[in-house]
Design a protein around this ligand. Structure first.
Ligand code: HEM
Length: 291
């Protein structure tokens, strides 16, 4: 229950953060940790968007700390690194959140802030699946588990690249879709066009990888229990490419970018389940070694 609540809160926090940025309300509270020098700031919609972002972050942090402590008690050996790392990254995230406001959002820092947030989400997901009581914490990079893990790493990297494009203000560097600047291969590749075009190319790569994976899983009788998850992943990728197109053609409409992020988190969640299923199938011998 606590695991699910924490993962749900982290999802909300990340998507809310995206909405705040999309509405250009990120600096509506110019100070930190107070907002306009007060605990409860004066009412204005953009101030409250950013203020609520901080409130959700506070509640989520408390839930994550509680979850990490609980799992630390139940886990043993190297598995304890998961709650410890989650707490460490949470601290880094809070520190960076403050720096992002005080340093007026430098691009690299906001991208690392985003990547750290998604990593905390994935660690919380692990703690949700492996509660240490009904399910022992296990880890494996063998067989299908390695494939799912690598694909998750690719989607994580693609998300980081997307965040970089966003924070570089390069979302419309290729203003058309599916072509970029009227061509399949853009006429020039300066920083913004390169970032934006690479994000599309990796998106295409992810689509073909997931399609191939789905076709393999469908044919393999041993993967029967993963068929519906693989189909959901394929559907999410197709939807994600369509939402990516809407993001561009709508001129970065804030709701479209928020949905784009939510779908990316959905893809990572499905992959986390696929990976966990594959790890379970490997059996207990692959549990983490003691420290
Ligand atoms: C298929 C895999 C894809 C994934 C996992 C993905 C994920 C993401 C993520 C996580 C972001 C950053 C959100 C944030 O900072 O909060 C982003 C940004 C972006 N993505 Fe994708 N994306 C994918 C494919 C595409 C495609 C095919 C396009 C097509 C044009 C696209 C267009 C964009 C644009 C324009 C941005 C920047 C939006 C902005 O400036 O606000 N994405 N993507």
């Amino acid at each position: 229950m606590l695991g699910r609540a924490t993962v749900g809160l982290l999802f909300l926090l990340l998507v809310w953060g995206n909405l705040v940025a999309g509405l250009k309300a990120g600096l509506a509270c110019p100070d930190w940790p107070l907002c306009h020098g007060q605990i409860l700031p004066p009412f204005r919609w953009d101030i409250y968007m950013e203020f609520l972002h901080r409130v959700i972050a506070g509640v989520t942090s408390v839930a994550l700390v509680a979850l990490a402590f609980r799992r630390y008690k139940r886990y043993d050996g190297a598995a304890r690194a998961v709650p410890v790392l989650a707490l460490f990254l949470l601290l880094a995230e809070v520190g960076m959140g403050g720096a992002v406001v005080l340093l007026e959002t430098p691009v690299r820092l906001t991208t690392v802030h985003f990547m750290t947030g998604v990593m905390v989400f994935l660690l919380a997901f692990y703690m949700m699946i492996f509660d240490g009581e009904r399910e022992r914490p296990v880890f494996s990079l063998r067989g299908p588990a390695a494939v799912f893990f690598c694909l998750a790493a690719l989607i994580y990297t693609q998300s980081a690249l997307g965040a970089y494009v966003r924070h570089l203000d390069a979302g419309l560097a290729c203003p058309d879709f599916p072509t970029c600047l009227g061509r399949w291969f853009p006429p020039f590749l300066d920083g913004s066009v390169l970032a934006s075009y690479s994000h599309r190319v990796v998106g295409g790569l992810i689509f073909f990888t997931v399609l191939t994976l789905y076709l393999f899983i469908r044919r393999d009788a041993r993967q029967r229990r993963n068929r519906s998850l693989a189909l959901s992943l394929l559907a999410l990728v197709v939807f994600q490419v369509a939402v990516g197109a809407v993001v561009v053609l709508s001129g970065l409409y804030f709701l479209a970018t928020a949905v784009h992020l939510a779908v990316a988190l959905g893809m990572l969640s499905v992959l986390a389940h696929l990976w966990a299923n594959a790890v379970r199938a490997e059996g207990a011998t692959l549990s983490l070694p003691p420290l």
